[in-house]
Ligand binder design. Structure first.
Ligand SMILES: Cc1cc2nc3c(=O)[nH]c(=O)nc-3n(C[C@H](O)[C@H](O)[C@H](O)COP(=O)(O)O)c2cc1C
Length: 182
């Protein structure tokens, strides 16, 4: 009798444990942009943990591969208030409740193509959980820009990692996700 009671208790504990190895929530989606792979790595760890769909934001005209050329192109777009188009993706944000939303911090802001993606999709009523990587200067104005371009969404504080720390950050990413689902 005691043994079966303990088993039932263990089952209930495991059911509600926020440290479950993987979570599966088909009302949750991951969306990210990454130019040199750091944010992509974080996005893949998020996906490994919550086991849900993942959408990549890709500019129709790719940013250059060289660092300085990318800075120049970003500056040109920022100065000209240019919002570059992105490759069409077959997703309806309204089918989801919670969006993990990843990007590198560029010029202390969102990359221009990420702003375009927010402008052209309907995030109203959704909860956005931003995550980003950066070179040491942090999130900057990027979260306020998410709020500006998705004004009817609820936007959490960003989870943010310095680029040189990304490779060792898997556990930190998993802890953050656990907190988000507590
Ligand atoms: C065009 C450009 C602008 C950047 N601007 C910033 C910045 O303002 N602040 C910062 O901390 N890092 C900045 N970085 C560094 C990136 O945010 C950082 O390396 C990030 O991890 C890159 O992510 P990714 O590999 O997913 O593209 C910039 C990098 C590029 C290419």
């Amino acid at each position: 009798m005691m043994k079966s009671l303990s088993l039932v208790c263990l089952f209930i504990f495991q059911l509600f444990s926020t440290n479950a190895q993987t979570m599966n929530n088909n009302k949750t989606l991951i969306i990210y942009f990454s130019h040199s792979g750091n944010t992509k790595q974080i996005a893949e760890w998020v996906q490994g943990k919550i086991n849900t769909g993942i959408v990549l934001i890709e500019p129709e005209i790719p940013y250059p591969s060289g660092y300085q050329q990318t800075i120049d192109e970003m500056s040109r777009q920022n100065k000209g208030k240019i919002l570059p188009s992105f490759k069409k993706v077959d997703v309806n944000i309204q089918d989801y409740d919670t969006i993990f939303f990843g990007y590198p911090v560029w010029d202390m802001r969102l990359p221009p193509v990420v702003r375009t993606f927010l402008r052209d999709n309907d995030f109203s009523g959704k909860t956005i959980l931003p995550f980003n990587s950066h070179a040491g200067y942090g999130t900057g104005k990027s979260v306020s820009e998410i709020k500006e371009f998705a004004p009817k969404a609820k936007v959490a504080d960003a989870f943010s990692i310095k680029d040189s720390n990304v490779k060792d950050a898997k556990k930190e990413v998993e802890r953050w996700i656990n907190q988000m689902f507590e």
